[in-house]
Design a protein around this ligand. Structure first.
Ligand SMILES: Nc1ncnc2c1ncn2[C@@H]1O[C@H](COP(=O)(O)OP(=O)(O)OP(=O)(O)O)[C@@H](O)[C@H]1O
Length: 893
């Protein structure tokens, strides 16, 4: 798939700047020059692999989609690292000019000075080691000179000033390195906090502002997931060979939540290692020039006049250059090769005996669809785990004796996961082993060459040391550069998703609405032509009119609603009845403007698209059939229905009384905390869900630390993580400052004896804390189904006084007969002309015909409106309504 040349120009930089003032909505954050695109993008991009000429896909989105395409043309599941191929790198490079300004603005906003310090620290840190090596080798030369003088009994004067200067440079470089490490780690912590906070708040804000149709879009949900990877909310699936040694140790397969800070660090560690590569290469050239200067004959091939193959023996400097670069090249090629292998997942099935049988593929290489299988396996495992840890399932697990079934299912899924992991690990592992052994062999050859004094004897000890140190540094810097480049490439795609998501406009926010008056490509002027709902109100009520209204759930083949024609006058009470699955709930959600629709929907004679959803929703309230139970206080559970009045005791009490929940308030108290499951939930107790991100972040950092140390010069182990450090790493490079950027993380870890059972007094303390925690748990109140329903009703009543449209979806399903009768009295009191002169339109769905008959109008819904009229009219009609009514009536007679 290629991106058309005539794509619109990239978003000008400054998007983030414009967002600073108001983070409340994605659209406010991101004025998009082409507001039409989001609604249409998914279909354009996912259904047509090649965007057509003139397509309005933004260049960033197009590149992002392309990056997710596998060789088979299918899309990688969101959150999966891309295979590192040449075309993938090209895509990443094309993203840089589109993203850099937003990225810079994002970080610049929070704390520019600290960011500058962060940047300068990285550059200086890249240069300091070269100084240190140079000074140390020069000192060694002086030592050698004094040995030679002593051996030859010469009394040459020692240039003390020179020695002191060199020593001072060496000490200053070491101290500078340590100081920079210290300052960087403090600064890093602060920068991390600022950035994480900022990006999380942008992400959460965008997530909260998007409406249901937008979030149901496959394009947006994938974008959202990958933006979540960037924000550190969602884990991503790394590839074999990625993430440095940690990735390799774990077979290259792990979930990781890269935070924005990790992304930033990745970019800057690329910078630092690049500086190190340049400075090390400079020193290497200097040493070789010195060697050639000392002995011009050195370039001559040592094989001249010798029989084949000795005649091919290159000159010593050439051999040394080859030995210095070959291991690094092998390492880089090896890493990129393993990263270009397809991701895990091989497909297969669970046999009757419950064993996982992997599928044999003809190519032996799983493709994109199998990596989707892999992700599905992980998701299934998570769901099954949840059966154990989520208290909401406990009662059924106990009652139906699900323990063995859950365990069996979990084990077969885990077996499947391990089989898939092993397969992928083996494939990548064999290649990595081959490259690793070859690299070690060449490196050992390099040392053998030095030991054989390949250089002319005229060259100084310091120069040999300098050569050796810089060659090693170069090698390890290049290895680190490979890793950080790989991470940078992946980070660019997640970052692209993040910035694209910031530009997503809600579908229902006039643009993208298919049946609307406004064109799909509405301009800002047209949008500004929105009607003010408050000016269009009808006597404190709302007239609703549907003409040929239809609705299909995203991804579904069949429409749930079709050709709905209906008029609901202000102040009317409409009851909706029908078969299960007939579309009643869907219809009220469409009428409330929560879903998009086909056909037309008029509110007070104006198309609904002409009103801002926020304004409409401010005049609507609803008690949903699947109402939410919040593990919050009772006040919050009710006050959510009208947040500005949440702290108004009088309003909350009144709503509670109307919802029939006064007895619940008496039992629990307004500030009493509720437990939605009724059973302690492991995740509430700080289980793995709560801790996972922090752990994974720490792992990520540990991986980065090992993968991107202050290479070579800082005395850490080989970044490739393969085997022990090479010989000859002592004297000049052995600081204990650790890995620089992430040094503080590792050095701050306790290094004590392995953990054993705690001493009795500690155990006592832990038990006491545990008891405290469970006391905290017991303070949460569990409610009955009917009590929860009364709270949901109270929530709806919080806004009922100011609402023009009040909707109740099966409000009395869990209520006792008295509560039900009282509720319907209140519902009917709401509508019609009341004392306030307002006409509230009320819609309720119910299967209780004793209450339904009281409604002004009744609609029987079965995908469309099959009957409509008053109770009496429908009875006379003798259709479905009459049948239902008589059935229920018969049960009482
Ligand atoms: N989120 C969804 N995504 C896809 N399909 C859905 C979704 N919600 C409901 N449906 C489907 O839409 C149809 C209508 O569902 P709806 O909830 O509107 O029915 P209902 O008449 O309210 O049923 P009930 O009387 O059982 O509450 C059903 O076939 C259901 O499977």
């Amino acid at each position: 798939m290629s991106v058309p040349d005539n794509l619109p120009p990239a978003e000008p930089s400054g998007i983030i700047r414009r967002r600073v003032g108001g983070l409340s909505s994605a659209s406010a954050l991101a004025p998009h020059s082409d507001v039409s695109t989001i609604a249409e993008r998914p279909r354009q991009i996912l259904q047509a692999p090649t965007p057509t000429q003139g397509s309005s896909v933004s260049p960033t989105a197009a590149l992002w989609i392309q990056s997710r395409q596998s060789s088979s043309g299918k899309l990688l599941p969101p959150g999966e690292d891309r295979a590192i191929t040449l075309s993938c790198i090209r895509l990443a490079l094309r993203l840089i000019p589109l993203l850099w300004a937003d990225f810079a603005a994002l970080f610049w906003q929070r704390h520019p000075l600290r960011l500058v310090a962060f940047l300068v620290g990285r550059v200086v840190k890249g240069v300091l080691p070269a100084f240190k090596i140079w000074a140390a080798s020069a000192l060694l030369d002086l030592v050698q000179e004094s040995f030679v003088n002593a051996a030859q009994h010469q009394q040459k004067p020692i240039d003390r000033g020179h020695v002191l200067r060199l020593a001072a440079i060496s000490v200053l470089a070491s101290a500078g390195n340590t100081v920079f490490n210290f300052l960087n780690s403090t600064n890093d912590t602060l920068v991390r906090q600022y950035l994480t906070h900022h990006v999380e708040s942008l992400y959460l804000s965008a997530q909260l502002s998007l409406d249901i149709p937008t979030l149901s879009d496959t394009f947006v949900s994938a974008l959202m997931y990958e933006a979540g990877c960037f924000a550190g909310f969602e884990p991503r699936q790394m590839r074999a060979g990625g993430g440095g040694p940690m990735g390799k140790m774990m077979g290259g397969k792990r979930k990781s939540r890269p935070s924005p800070f990790t992304t930033l660090s990745t970019f800057f560690s690329t910078l630092t290692t690049s500086v190190e590569v340049v400075s090390a290469a400079g020193l290497l050239v200097k040493t070789l020039r010195q060697a050639v200067h000392d002995d011009p004959e050195i370039w001559k091939s040592k094989g001249a006049g010798k029989p084949f193959p000795w005649s091919l023996m290159p000159s010593e400097p050439l051999l040394l250059i080859l030995c210095a670069f070959l291991p690094a090249m092998l390492s880089i090629v090896g890493t990129f090769f393993t990263l270009s292998l397809p991701a895990a997942g091989g497909g297969g099935k669970i046999t009757r005996s419950g064993k996982w049988k992997p599928k044999k593929t003809s190519s032996g290489k799983p493709g994109a669809s199998t990596s989707i299988t892999w992700q599905e396996t992980l998701r299934d495992i998570q769901e099954v785990r949840d059966l154990g840890r989520n208290g909401a399932y406990k009662q059924e697990v106990v009652l139906f004796g699900l323990k063995d079934w859950v365990l069996g299912k979990w084990e077969s899924l885990r077996e499947r996961q391990m089989a898939e992991e092993l397969k992928s690990m083996n494939e990548a592992g064999v290649w990595m082993l081959g490259f690793g052994v070859a690299e070690e062999m060449v490196q050992t050859g390099f040392y053998a060459l030095l030991a054989l004094r390949a250089f002319s004897t005229s060259i100084s000890l310091g120069s040999i040391r300098l050569y050796q140190s810089t060659a090693e540094s170069l090698l390890s810097s290049l290895r680190s550069l490979t890793n950080s480049l790989e991470s940078s490439v992946q980070a660019l795609f997640y970052m692209a998703a993040f910035f694209e998501m910031m530009r997503v406009t809600e579908k229902l926010n006039t643009v993208g609405r298919r049946g609307g008056v406004l064109k799909v490509s509405a301009t800002m002027e047209e949008k500004e032509g929105l009607l003010d709902y408050e000016a269009c109100r009808r006597e404190g009520g709302m007239k609703i009119e549907a003409r040929g209204l239809g609705f299909t759930y995203p991804g579904a083949e069949e429409a749930v609603l079709r050709d709905i024609n209906l008029v609901i006058e202000p102040g009317t009470t409409l009851a909706i009845v029908g078969f299960n699955g007939g579309g009643k709930t869907t219809l009220v959600k469409v009428l409330m403007g929560l879903y998009d629709h086909t056909g037309s929907l008029l509110i007070n004679d104006q198309p609904i698209e002409r009103f801002s959803p926020n304004q409409l929703h401010a005049r609507t309230t609803c008690c949903f059939q699947d109402h939410s139970k919040y593990s919050l206080t009772l006040r919050e559970n009710v006050g959510i229905g009208n947040v500005p009045l949440m702290e108004d005791d009088e309003a909350v009490h009144a709503a509670i009384a109307k919802g029939g929940a006064t007895s619940v308030e008496q039992k629990v108290g307004l500030e009493g905390k509720l437990n939605r499951t009724g059973v302690p939930d492991a995740s509430l107790g700080g289980g793995e869900g709560a801790d996972a991100p922090a752990d994974e972040q720490a792992m990520e950092q540990a991986a980065m630390e090992q993968g991107h140390p202050g290479p070579g010069f800082n005395g850490s182990g080989p970044p490739g993580g393969r085997g022990p450090p090479p010989p000859g790493r002592g004297g000049f490079r052995g600081t204990s400052s650790g890995g620089g950027l992430f040094g503080a993380t590792s050095s701050s870890r306790p290094r004590g004896p392995p953990p054993g059972p705690p001493p009795p007094e500690v155990m006592q303390m832990m038990l006491a804390n545990d008891a405290g925690a469970s006391r905290g748990f017991k303070e949460r109140h569990s409610l009955s189904g009917g009590q929860w329903q009364k709270l949901a009703l109270s929530r709806a009543f919080m806004r009922a006084d100011q609402a023009d449209l009040v909707v109740f979806d099966e409000p009395s399903a869990a209520l006792d007969p008295r509560a039900e009768a009282e509720l319907f009295d209140r519902i009917h009191a709401l509508s019609g002309s009341n004392n306030t002169g307002r006409k509230t339109t009320t819609i309720y769905i119910s299967h209780r015909f004793s209450t339904v008959r009281r409604a002004d109008k009744i609609a029987v819904v079965d995908k469309t409106i099959v009957e409509f009229g008053t109770h009496e009219e429908l009875l006379v009609k003798g259709g479905t309504y009459a049948e239902f009514f008589n059935l229920q009536k018969g049960q009482f007679d």
